[in-house]
Design a protein around this ligand. Sequence first.
Ligand code: HEC
Length: 150
Amino acid sequence: MKLRYLAVVALAAVSTLAQAQSKPEDMIRLRQGGLQLLSRNVSILNSMAKGDVPYNKEVAMQKAEFVNTLAPEIFGAGFGTGSDKGLPTRAKPAVWAEGDNFKAAQEKLFAVLKKIQAGAGDQASLKAAMADVGGACKNCHDNFRDTSYH
Ligand code: HEC
């Protein structure tokens, strides 16, 4: 029990440290690059689901796993306090002012990505799972992404 408590405290200290060390411009670069990479991989999965590029089970499963690892990283490390400015960004102030709603929009995406991972091993179920991903991106963009960089 005591050890477990210490481990939690140590972990919390490490993550506070990691956050304290991230400069705003590094977080902005991380999230923008990360979102580009997320977009590229989701779009390949989408093309495979539709048959625009040949469906390949191994590649689909690997990409589905990758986006599930990547997305939490982007939102966990890319939108820290103070990263509302530092480089041109389209993130609205609402990202930080309405943290709970921003978090809920992330959770919506993570849930869809999990479905995609569960379905990636079969083209028809991948296609079914892909149906909601655009909506999960758009839902957040509509509320938290500006039309131009500021
Ligand atoms: C929880 C909110 C949220 C979700 C969900 C989300 N995004 Fe975004 N996205 C943002 C915000 C905020 C920005 C603006 C970031 C900035 O300019 O610093 C952005 C920017 C982007 C960019 C531009 C990055 C750049 O180079 O400036 C791309 C591409 C992108 N998102 C793709 C996606 C795709 C694809 C999905 C769904 C698979 C998605 N996003 C889901 C919030 C979200």
